[in-house]
Design a protein around this ligand. Structure first.
Ligand code: GLN
Length: 200
């Protein structure tokens, strides 16, 4: 399998490492490719949209013509894992904690409402223990960095993992969104769950 990682910003290396870990645990063979231009999307079996600044990622992807091609591929069923800013990119409805409904270029395919920078200044970054049993794992650490919150999931979208009543991982058909950074976790369970989606 060929897995792409959108590579404008954020942790390509960490995602690639976590993917390799997940592949070896699952006994899957695969390659990992950085994605920067539209032609990089060819022949991918799955793609990860990492964290960073969703406004920047959206603007760059739009300028390079990747945004609309990626949106089309995802709506045709390409498996995608959006983490943190990547989850924001996937959401149909994005609000800013301060400026409501400020518009930004998005993929906008997933039936979730996301509030950016939900946890505010005091808790810009924090670690929490999550219960990964809904995706076949145990308890593990998760890192939140200026994280958004998924405050609503509707239609075919459903919450998978919550933290104190707030959705931190959601799923809709070929799409997975996490508000935390699974590439920085001590478990590769999120990447494993994603790769199983890809294999299906
Ligand atoms: N705060 C960022 C945003 O709104 C997301 C942060 C992250 O990806 N770690 O886009």
């Amino acid at each position: 399998m060929k897995i792409g990682v959108l590579a404008y910003q954020g942790s390509f290396e960490e995602h690639a490492l976590q993917l390799k870990r997940a592949m070896s645990r699952l006994n899957f063979q695969g390659e990992i490719k950085p994605v920067k231009k539209s032609s990089d999307l060819k022949e991918l079996d799955g793609i990860i949209i990492p964290g960073g600044e969703s406004t920047t990622i959206g603007i760059v992807a739009q300028k390079l013509g990747v945004l609309s091609d990626l949106k089309a591929k995802i709506s045709e069923g390409l498996p995608v894992l959006g983490t943190c800013a990547g989850a924001i990119m996937l959401a149909k409805d994005v609000a800013d904690a301060k400026v409501l409904k400020k518009s930004q270029p998005l993929i906008g395919e997933m039936d979730i409402q996301v509030i950016r920078n939900y946890y505010g200044r005091q808790r810009e970054s924090f670690e929490a223990t999550l219960d990964f049993s809904a995706i076949g794992g145990e308890k593990g650490k998760a890192v939140f960095i200026r994280a958004p919150a998924i405050v609503k999931a509707w239609g075919d979208s459903r919450p998978l993992i919550t933290l104190q009543g707030i959705i931190v991982m959601a799923e809709e058909k070929n799409m997975l969104a996490t508000t935390f950074h699974p590439e920085l976790s001590d478990t590769s369970i999120v990447h494993e769950y994603f790769l199983k989606h890809v294999k299906r």
